[in-house]
Design a protein around this ligand. Structure first.
Ligand SMILES: [Zn+2]
Length: 165
């Protein structure tokens, strides 16, 4: 084989190899884009990332997803009629707010009070933390389930979560 032919053969091999790598990269790139698009619509990933248009204000600065907000409005009215005014300390929390809670109160697994990022019921827009005196707490335990609200965390009598019937 002449020197020129040898060089040409090496060049040809290099071109074929480069084309193969580029083709593989294109396929991988397209697959990665599909995966990213799928994760944006997956309900499992919405904790702490609920779009504003799905949230309704229940008190200044506190929001729940629409069906939970409707149920809470009815619960609050019924409580009011029975002589108990429910005041909200916390409701929906986005990921940034949950990160702040972790900083302030520590993670549950470390003996703190905050759920891990993306796992708090507050990130689902279905939980409220309420200020309740003893009478109001007793009223809630008797009547809140009628409105779909349940005490879901033992040792946190202020924390009530709406569960779709
Ligand atoms: Zn809570």
């Amino acid at each position: 084989m002449s020197r020129v032919r040898l060089v040409l053969a090496i060049l040809a091999i290099a071109v074929i190899a480069t084309a193969g790598v580029l083709a593989a990269r294109t396929l991988l790139g397209e697959h990665a884009a599909d995966t990213a698009a799928a994760s944006q619509t997956a309900p499992a990933n919405t904790n702490g990332r609920i779009p504003d248009d799905r949230l309704v204000e229940i008190e200044t600065g506190h929001r729940l997803i629409a069906p939970a907000a409707d149920a809470f409005a009815q619960l609050k009215q019924a409580a009011h009629d029975a002589g108990h005014d429910l005041s909200v300390n916390s409701a929906y929390r986005d990921l940034a707010e949950q990160a702040k809670m972790i900083d302030l109160y520590g993670l549950l697994e470390d003996g703190g009070r905050a759920a891990p990022l993306g796992e708090s019921e507050h990130g689902d827009g279905t939980s409220v933390d309420l200020t309740l005196n003893t009478e109001a707490l007793m009223w809630m335990r008797e009547h809140a389930p009628t409105f779909g609200f349940f005490e879901t965390i033992s040792g946190e009598p202020w924390h009530w979560t709406w569960q779709a019937g």
